[in-house]
Design a protein around this ligand. Structure first.
Ligand code: PSV
Ligand code: MN
Ligand code: MN
Length: 388
């Protein structure tokens, strides 16, 4: 008998993880961007590559876009292209971090004309969402200051709220805004949306269609991220995840690579808090593959999320609750660790085969010849937008 119950398998069957279009482009650090043979030359090819990840895993049904990195003449054609390849277009990410006008802020800027330019960019992103059928507008702001006294911290919060209100007012009935936080970088003294509390305060005063986005890489070392996940789910304000791994800063490495136990703990709170398969909680990756091939990098990523979700699902919650109630610290910890140490990979491989998928998606992709084909066909792949 499988260690995964039929209820567990039914929950896993529903799992869908959005892939970032930018994961398929070349990226790097400020020191060097290494090109990878076969890198997509445009958004059409990025989506074709993302569809490969879904083909081998059935885990990645949507692709998130970043505007203007993914600007095309016709977003309805891009949507059709995606749908023809068996995926949909997901979250639309705005970008107010690569324009000289935004040196001292965008939605928080002192100058009303620059604020309006940034607001208009977000309204244009909502136009894109109308064409792509995307539900979520994801806003991450690179705004802040480097020196104490440089900026009026409070005035910036007020302006941020006013700007967000104008963006929020343009959302359709079925559309949402998710506000991502990050504790530092590119500003180093203060960031205007540094933490979940600020994001929560800003979105709560907007309304029900505004939620918090939690990027796992955007916390100080030692932060108890699963506690934040629990709290946001408890408050009904966790809109989405940007999954990735960090060792030092905002490393954007493969989710679950740096700390699989942390990913397990996060996913346990997701399962515990009703966030798994809850349509209000979008699972996304926000990663870059600087030195590894991008498609297998994304396959590895979604499999890591699936594996840790399966482990989180098999926690004996009744035994855990009993041990917690009776104050049996070590028994409670043992129940938790038993699930974490359970190797679910053979059971998942078996289940995959029963669904007509390859037992080992990494091997199946490697054997497919797709990587060699794109390396031969594509010359001059584009950069993801980062690391210039
Ligand atoms: C910022 O560090 C961030 O996490 C935001 O989500 C951006 O849109 C994304 O990275 C780009 O990779
Ligand atoms: Mn992010
Ligand atoms: Mn980031």
């Amino acid at each position: 008998m499988s260690i995964l119950s039929s209820d567990n398998l039914a929950a896993l069957e529903q799992q869908g993880i959005e892939l970032p279009s930018w994961a398929f482009g070349n990226s790097g650090t400020r020191f060097k961007v290494f090109g990878t043979p076969g890198t997509p030359r445009d958004p059409w090819e990025k989506i074709a590559d993302a569809a490969q990840v879904n083909k081998y895993t059935a885990l990645a049904p949507a692709v998130a876009l970043h505007i203007p990195w993914d600007l095309v003449d016709s977003f309805s054609d891009l949507r059709k292209h995606a749908e023809d390849l068996g995926v949909t277009l997901g979250t639309v990410n705005s970008n107010t971090f690569q324009d000289d006008d935004y040196k001292f802020g965008a939605l928080t800027h002192e100058d009303a004309a620059i604020r309006q330019k940034a607001i208009d960019h977000h309204l244009a992103c909502i136009d894109v969402m109308d064409a792509t059928g995307s539900r979520d507008l994801k806003i991450w702001l690179a705004e802040g200051s480097n020196y104490p006294g440089q900026a009026d911290l409070r005035g910036r919060q007020d302006r941020l709220q006013e700007s967000l209100q104008q963006i929020y007012a343009r959302l359709g009935d079925d559309q949402r805004l998710v506000l991502e936080y990050k504790f530092f970088e590119p500003a180093f003294y203060h960031t205007d949306v540094p933490d979940w509390g600020t994001s929560y305060a800003q979105v709560s005063s907007l309304g029900d269609k505004a939620m918090v986005c939690l990027d796992t890489g955007h916390h100080a070392p030692g932060t108890n991220i699963e506690f934040i996940v629990m709290q946001l789910l408890r408050l009904g304000k966790l809109g989405s995840f940007d999954f990735n791994s960090r060792f030092y800063a905002d490393d954007d490495l493969i989710v679950g690579a740096a700390d699989p136990f942390q990913l397990f703990r996060i996913l346990f709170e997701v399962v515990r808090g009703g966030g798994l398969n809850n349509p209000d909680v979008a699972f996304m990756l926000d990663q870059c593959h600087n030195v590894e091939d991008k498609i297998p990098g994304q396959i590895r990523s979604v499999l890591n999320v699936q594996e840790m979700t399966a482990r989180a699902l098999i926690v004996d919650r009744d035994a855990l609750a009993a041990a917690q109630k009776s104050g049996d610290v070590l028994a409670a910890n043992a129940v938790f660790m038993d699930a974490f140490y359970t190797d679910v990979r053979p059971a998942l491989a078996e289940w995959r085969e029963s669904r007509g998928l390859a037992a080992d998606p990494m091997a199946a992709y490697a054997e497919s010849g797709y990587q060699q084909k794109i390396a031969a066909e594509r010359v001059g792949g584009v950069q993801a937008g980062w690391g210039a």
